[in-house]
Design a binder for this molecule. Structure first.
Ligand SMILES: Nc1ncnc2c1ncn2[C@@H]1O[C@H](COP(=O)(O)OP(=O)(O)OP(=O)(O)O)[C@@H](O)[C@H]1O
Ligand SMILES: [Mg+2]
Length: 231
């Protein structure tokens, strides 16, 4: 599904160069559940953002379904993002002035759905994450775990083939985190590809493959299906 070849990313702070990723080769197949771990500053978020086409590599190639998208224009990249990817962040990133239902309706609007359809689909998606009893709540009126469930429903609005989650349980208590991971696991069981970044070994075990980054390099890449939580 995705193939990175020699992907590097450098940031410049004045004339100081920071190498966030160093010649990454990585293949992700459809249906995988991949956990990315590594120390702070090792390049995990940079890698996730490049995988999600939120950021561009400095060098190297990114193949999505065998098409090199490295040289595509911003508009095409935005289309790819909306069509293929769903994003979940540590800080939920919900619109504070919108209700749970309205938050999930936003991407459906960009997808050109009419208002009635948006409402119905958003309510359905929130039901799928156990949030149909909180449709009218604003983010500030929801717990962290509930906000993250709304964020997942919103990420699912465009029916993504790939969910990218950067520390999705980073701000949550253990039991809330487990609930979020079970939702992601169910999505993966249904065929959605999932990539998460986490610091927490317990969370990483929901994945079926574990990648460890250190100083922008993949230092470990192993199949861990036997470590699955219910194994
Ligand atoms: N916009 C930026 N400008 C300059 N340097 C950056 C930028 N973004 C990230 N970096 C640097 O690139 C390196 C990798 O950052 P990245 O955010 O990918 O790390 P991370 O593994 O996600 O860390 P954490 O676990 O703390 O979230 C770090 O040294 C960071 O300081
Ligand atoms: Mg990070």
């Amino acid at each position: 599904m995705i193939r990175l070849e020699g992907v590097s990313k450098e940031y410049f702070m004045g004339d100081v160069e920071i190498r966030a990723l160093d010649a990454i080769d990585l293949e992700i197949q459809r249906g995988e559940f991949l956990s990315i771990m590594g120390p702070s500053g090792s390049g995990k978020s940079t890698l996730l953002n490049i995988l999600g086409v939120l950021d561009q590599p400095s060098r190297g190639a990114y193949y999505l379904e065998d098409v090199d998208i490295t040289r595509m224009r911003d508009r095409e990249l935005a289309q790819i993002r909306n069509r293929h990817f769903g994003f979940v962040f540590q800080s939920y990133n919900l619109f504070p002035e919108l209700s749970a239902l309205e938050n999930v309706m936003v991407p459906l609007m960009y997808a050109g759905k009419g208002k009635g359809e948006r409402r119905a689909l958003a309510a359905e998606l929130l039901k799928g994450v156990g949030m149909d009893h909180r449709l009218k709540h604003l983010p500030t009126q929801l717990s962290g775990g509930e906000q993250q469930r709304v964020a997942i429903a919103r990420a699912l609005a465009n029916n993504p083939t790939l969910i990218l989650a950067d520390e999705p349980t980073g701000n949550l208590a253990t039991d809330q985190g487990a609930e979020i991971m079970e939702i992601l696991q169910n999505l993966n069981d249904g065929g959605t590809t999932v990539v998460i970044v986490t610091h927490d070994p317990t969370i990483s075990r929901y994945g079926k493959r574990l990648i460890k980054l250190c100083d922008g390099v993949i230092v470990q890449d192993q199949i861990t299906a036997e470590q699955k939580k219910d194994a």
